[in-house]
Design a protein around this ligand. Structure first.
Ligand SMILES: [Zn+2]
Length: 160
């Protein structure tokens, strides 16, 4: 029943070219919808909180933070484990463009994730900050801890 339903969704998505680009940040399960538009807060496959969704951006992992959800320390630890297994050197972009505001609990979790990624010699960059969110990072003097970038497409791969 559910298999048939998801096959049908995939067929429709393929024929119209809107196959969902959103994946669970933890298990990679393809989500049929963006979690900001549903009351379901957990991944249907692994059951973890969908506080962010994962998109592919060539060489980098883009994590789009869903408004109104704050991960726990355990969720950050699981995510950083997954990122370190997937990539030899994790290159992560945290997309905050969905947020109007950011609370200090989420900021603390991003600080922890940043620490974990750096420990694996990886990079974590923040993008899509609006003026309010940016101001909060400056006020807590976190702009020196994080690399904050304007969101733009990944530069073409360089062959040297
Ligand atoms: Zn999942």
């Amino acid at each position: 029943m559910s298999l048939l339903a998801s096959a049908a969704v995939n067929d429709v998505g393929e024929s119209h070219g809107f196959d969902s680009p959103y994946r669970c940040c933890l298990c990679g399960h393809v989500l049929p919808y963006h979690p900001a538009f549903t009351a379901d807060v957990n991944c249907p496959k692994c059951g973890s909180l969908l506080w962010c969704v994962r998109r592919d951006n060539g060489s980098e992992v883009v994590l789009e933070v869903v408004p109104g959800r704050t991960p726990s320390v355990e969720e950050i630890e699981s995510l950083s484990r997954v990122l370190r297994t997937d990539e030899i050197v994790p290159r992560v972009i945290v997309d905050l463009s969905g947020l109007d505001l950011i609370n200090s609990a989420l900021v603390a979790m991003l600080v922890l994730l940043n620490k974990r990624i750096h420990a694996a010699a990886g990079t974590l960059r923040l993008s899509g900050l609006n003026e309010v969110v940016r101001e909060i990072f400056f006020r807590f003097k976190l702009d020196s801890l994080f690399e904050i970038v304007e969101f733009k497409p990944a530069p073409p791969a360089r062959c040297s």
